[in-house]
Design a binder for this molecule. Structure first.
Ligand SMILES: [Cu+2]
Length: 171
């Protein structure tokens, strides 16, 4: 009995820790950041949230990571907003859509391009695209209520706790 209780306690602790921490996504999984993987396939089905990190795995000098605008992403133009030349590189995600390409000649055209849409965790009501936070701040756009995001952050932990209780009942 004691061992079962401690197992359950351990499960609860581990589950809560997992729900509270940010997620690290390894770009391209085991393939890493290189020519070959299809990065739009890689992003599909994944949910990126503010504070999550992208790990770009590449050998320094073989590739690099440039954050670029959407038009430069579309045209594979190496006009960097941010540059990460040393691999592996970790990028912490902020809200909005972020575009990354490899700046080595020909690599972006060969598929080294990644677009990541980062949500706040709350579905935008009425979902208007193109409402990225403007530098300098636009008037009349109140920031999302923090209580709502706190509730959403707590939801996975509650779901996990409920799951544990169900398992407990089935024991
Ligand atoms: Cu490259």
């Amino acid at each position: 009995m004691a061992s079962r209780s401690s197992l359950i306690a351990l499960l609860v602790v581990v589950s809560c820790a997992a729900a509270a921490s940010a997620t690290q996504f390894t770009v391209g999984d085991s393939s890493g950041w290189t020519i070959g993987p299809n990065y739009s396939s890689w992003t599909s089905g994944k949910t990126f949230t503010v504070g999550d990190t992208l790990l770009f795995n590449f050998a320094t000098g073989a590739h690099d990571v440039l954050e670029v605008s959407k038009s430069d992403y579309d045209s594979c133009t190496a006009n960097a907003l941010n540059t990460f030349t040393n691999g592996p590189a970790t990028v912490t995600l902020t809200a909005g859509t972020h575009y990354y390409i490899c700046g080595i000649s020909g690599h972006c055209g060969a598929g080294m391009k990644l677009a990541v849409s980062v949500g706040s965790g709350a579905p935008a009501p009425g979902g208007s695209p193109g409402t990225a936070p403007a530098p300098g701040g636009s008037p009349g756009t109140p920031s999302a209520p923090s209580s709502a995001s706190a509730r959403l952050a707590a939801a996975p932990a509650l779901a996990v706790a409920a799951g544990v209780l169900v398992k407990l009942a089935l024991f």
